[in-house]
Ligand binder design. Structure first.
Ligand code: BGC
Length: 918
């Protein structure tokens, strides 16, 4: 037995964070005891844990997040450990972890410093200093921030390992400060240097060529607190004694890239000058919320391509966000240019889909040998065009650095279908690429904004894939900061640059995300903290509705809704064909219901009552407006039905399902949904008795489908179903990213439905194992390292037709098992590894059902023979090779009775075809 995974507020050993409250979580591994008899948390300021400053002990300490009611002092490191005794008398103590506070409310003695007004170049600030005491340095901490981005060096070595600090915040309201342990960087005589870049603060950022959104002046502020073993303390701070000169960075920009020109000052004077003290508001300085962005993986090119356009292009083998690095040994004056792209066109380099983002790194050598990597930008790419490299380029010459926020992977899926495995990887890479401090739409073009709709649809998948607690906490903090300035509106993206635009699905992140996190991690305090955000969003819509006479519908204002759906005016249209206000009203209903649900969880009885009643009125208004009097949905689109089903808005479920089935038939079983319909499609079908249809959509390979992109070699999820055409041509540049995670939300269905791990209690203390075992997979394995511990479920269909399942339930957790085609009752599992083999009531080795498509059947010799013999009439219509014929099934053929196909013929064919085995 081991007590591991100690985190404070979802972070390992956090240093310098804003902690509104302290929540300590841990996991017990290598034990399958049923419960903790006793747990104990001890906190001390001494690494030896003595004396203990704070302790908490009891039978019911919550391992998913136990509050530490500790009054933290600023600039203090706290050590802590957790001891657990199980009900089987096992006992274990964790290793010692720590958390450390930043300056918190402590006043700054440092000043903001900047350059003289006329100097608009990228500055390098510098100060030399000696140590104030002979006594060795015990600890040294650097409290620092810079605008737009900074890197700090002491004696030429970088403080910390993070990139793009101070990361994003609504800089108008607050600027995050980082804390670095720099004890090991100091010597007798020291130089501290701070480099600055433009970043989100003052570089290009936003739609429509915006720049300098938050400010136009480079600035930084820092305090270096040195404590000697003698107890003497000494502070070096930014003030008028610092000097600056121009750095070698000629250009830096999130969208456009970077120019690092080692000869920038070779022909111009670059004297050191005294800094200017700036009057920026120090009250905006806050301890960090963002978790760091770091290099998470390194990868070398898969190959080097010499293209028809005579370019040298590296193929990294994977689309990702990050940087490149190499060792410069080139002579003075060598100029290297690196361009980044996601796809080749006609075998040559291409990145027109990055629109106005230049995304280029230029390096000019002064002949010094050094390791080179850009500092104040990042790129979204798979291919790198290298221009100016002297000599033959080898795959080991240039490394790719994959960067993203320091998140830990928690979900793993492995199936017998390689293409589905790749789809899972693609969605994961979509998350890695777009979780760079805040959830972005895409990492490459001139956008990279926190589009709230994209984030909303992907949040649940993201939280299975990775431990998102701290990441989303920061994002919710940002959303709330903006919302409070805008009268309850949660805009379609943050930062709000200009007027906010509130619209459904996007703004609904305000209600959906807190609830997703509560279900996933069970943190009620976090839910309470963001309850006002949930309520304010709904109240905003209600206020607008009231202004024009209360209709209980969200049928006003502009709506994005089913973005990039296939049933719009053309396959390239932005908007799908589902009525905007039907979707927005349904989301208004669901958001209101979620406010009521959260209020109930938080014990707010009056609000529970008020919002439940309001939700009912909205529901009634939707039923009156959008359903016929006999109960059919008048919005006849796939997304229309899916939204209604997902939120339970219908007077008659059977009629709704009939309508949806008929819609699928009319659409030749091709999916049509965009950002609203597609992300929830398979899960909603799977949860409403249409498991077979859900699987069918997941496994389709022709456009539009999830596997279409996989077949075309995608390594991430595309923005559009047809981002790339079957011949490999990109379908347009106006808005076409190959790394947009929205459709990656289908992975939630793999975790929760096919893999069958779904929480029954918030924080996964209890789950329902209800895998949707089926004939299309031979095996399916899901592992989810939840906040309560690791659950695993693996099912296999054996050659003899039996189903073998292996379940794992972590320490102190429980599971309820509901198996399909199982001749027994629902049963419960205690912690441990359990195996079960059963013979399903339906033989999963049988290849076809009444709903299998004819196109699948004709690929099977036996089925083909039966069809030819029993239903010769259909061959005329199949031979047209038309989608209409191919997508019929035995079930729907009856609609073609004018071909002389009778129900009896179909049944007689079915009698043989449904028996065919693998
Ligand atoms: C973004 C999307 C976003 C959409 C909404 C696009 O430009 O990339 O992902 O949700 O706009 O209008």
């Amino acid at each position: 037995m081991k007590v591991t995974d100690l985190k404070i507020n979802g972070i390992y050993n956090p240093v310098g964070y804003s902690f509104e409250s302290l929540k300590c979580s841990w996991k017990v591994r290598d034990s399958y005891a049923g419960s903790a008899k006793r747990s104990k948390i001890e906190v001390s300021t001494s690494p030896g844990m003595s004396p203990v400053l704070y302790g908490k002990e009891g039978a019911d300490l919550d391992s998913t997040g136990e509050a530490l009611d500790l009054q933290c002092q600023p600039m203090t490191r706290y050590y802590y450990r957790v001891e657990v005794e199980t009900d089987q008398a096992e006992l274990s103590v964790s290793e010692i972890s720590y958390f450390e506070t930043g300056k918190l409310g402590e006043a700054w003695i440092a000043d903001w410093i900047g350059t003289q007004e006329a100097d608009t170049f990228h500055p390098l600030f510098r100060k030399g200093f000696g140590l104030a005491s002979e006594s060795p340095v015990a600890t040294a901490r650097l409290y620092i921030t810079g605008l737009g981005l900074y890197e700090a060096y002491i004696n030429g070595r970088k403080a910390g390992n993070e990139l793009l600090a101070p990361l994003y915040s609504d800089y108008n309201t607050e600027i995050q400060v980082q804390t670095y342990d720099v004890t090991d960087l100091l010597s007798e005589n020291n130089t501290i240097e701070i480099m600055l870049g433009n970043g989100w603060y003052k570089g290009r950022f936003g739609l429509g060529n915006l720049k300098e959104n938050f400010g136009s002046v480079f600035a930084c502020i820092a305090e270096l607190h040195i404590t000697h073993q003698s107890g003497e303390k000494h502070i070096i701070q930014t003030d008028e004694s610092w000097r600056y000169k121009g750095s070698d960075i000629e250009l830096s920009d999130i969208y456009d890239g970077e120019i690092l020109n080692r000869l920038l000052w070779s022909e111009e004077e670059n004297p050191e000058k005294p800094v200017r003290i700036l009057s920026l508001d120090k009250k905006k300085l806050v301890s960090r919320y963002s978790i760091p962005v770091i290099v998470k993986e390194e990868r070398y090119p898969q190959s080097i391509i010499h293209t028809p356009a005579r370019e040298t292009v590296l193929d990294m083998g994977q689309n990702f966000s990050g940087l490149i690095s190499f060792h410069n040994t080139f002579p003075k004056g060598t100029k290297l240019i690196f361009d980044f792209g996601e796809i080749l066109q006609n075998g040559s380099f291409y990145n027109d889909n990055y629109r106005s983002a230049k995304t280029q790194f230029v390096y000019i050598s002064d002949g010094t040998s050094e390791y080179v990597s850009p500092r104040f930008t990042f790129f979204g790419f798979r291919y790198v065009r290298v221009t100016g490299w002297l000599g033959e380029l080898a795959v080991t010459d240039i490394a790719g650095k994959v960067i993203f926020s320091d998140l830990e992977q928690s979900g793993f899926i492995q199936t017998s279908n390689e293409k589905i495995n790749r789809l899972f990887e693609n969605a994961l890479w979509g998350q890695k690429s777009n979780f760079i401090d805040f959830p972005t739409d895409c990492p490459q073009r001139d956008e990279r904004l926190a589009w709230t709709g994209d984030a909303q649809v992907f949040a649940r998948t993201a939280s299975y894939n990775m431990d998102t607690r701290a990441f989303y906490h920061k994002f919710m903090h940002d959303l709330r900061t903006e919302q409070q300035k805008h009268n309850g509106i949660i805009s379609i993206y943050i930062p709000v640059l200009g007027e906010p635009l509130g619209c459904s699905v996007w703004g609904d992140i305000g209600t959906f995300l807190p609830m997703v996190l509560y279900k996933q991690y069970g943190d009620k305090e976090m839910l309470a903290q963001y309850f006002p955000m949930m309520k304010d969003w709904v109240d905003y819509i209600t206020r607008e509705d009231t202004k024009r006479g209360r209709q209980h519908l969200y049928n006003f204002g502009s709506q994005i809704t089913d973005w990039l759906a296939q049933d719009g005016r053309s396959p390239q249209s932005f908007k799908g064909g589902t009525d905007d206000y039907f979707i927005s009203s349904c989301y208004y209903y669901e958001s209101t219901r979620l406010v009521a649900e959260a209020a109930a969880l938080l014990g707010k009885d009056l609000l529970t009552e008020e919002y439940s009643q309001m939700a009912e009125k909205i529901r009634a208004a939707i039923l009156a407006e959008y359903f016929t009097s006999s109960g059919r949905l008048s919005i006849d689109t796939q997304t229309g039905y899916l939204v209604a089903l997902n939120f339970g808005i219908y007077p008659d479920k059977t009629k709704l399902l009939e309508g949806l089935r008929e819609r699928f038939y009319k659409d030749c079983h091709k999916l049509t949904g965009g950002f609203v319909g597609a992300p929830v499609m398979c899960r909603v079908l799977a949860e409403n008795g249409m498991e077979e249809e859900a699987l069918d959509f997941l496994l389709q390979e022709e456009y539009p489908s999830w596997l279409y992109c996989v077949n075309l070699g995608a390594t991430t999820i595309w923005e559009r179903w047809n981002s790339v055409l079957p011949d490999g041509t990109i379908s347009g540049t106006m808005m076409n990213s190959l790394n947009h995670y929205a459709y990656g939300s289908v992975i939630e269905y793999l975790y929760r439905n096919l893999g069958g791990i779904d929480p029954l209690e918030p924080g996964f203390k209890k789950v329902r194992f209800a895998p949707q075992i089926n004939r299309k997979f031979k095996s399916f394995q899901v592992v989810y390292d939840s906040v309560s511990g690791t659950y695993a479920l693996e099912w296999k269909i054996k050659d003899d037709g039996t189903v073998q399942i292996r379940f794992e339930v972590p320490f102190a957790c429980r599971a309820e098992v509901v198996l399909p085609q199982y001749d027994g009752e629902t049963f419960n599992l205690e912690p441990g590894v359990h195996e079960l083999t059963y013979r399903p009531l339906t033989d999963y080795r049988k290849l076809f059902t009444m709903n299998s498509r004819l196109e699948e059947m004709v690929k099977n010799e036996q089925a083909l023979e039966v069809l030819q013999r029993k239903l010769p009439g259909i061959f005329h219509f199949l031979s047209l090779d038309d989608i209409d014929g191919k997508t019929h099934s035995l079930n729907t053929l009856v609609k073609m009775d004018f071909f002389g196909i009778t129900q009896q013929d179909i049944e007689s064919a079915a009698a043989e075809i449904l028996e065919i085995q693998d």
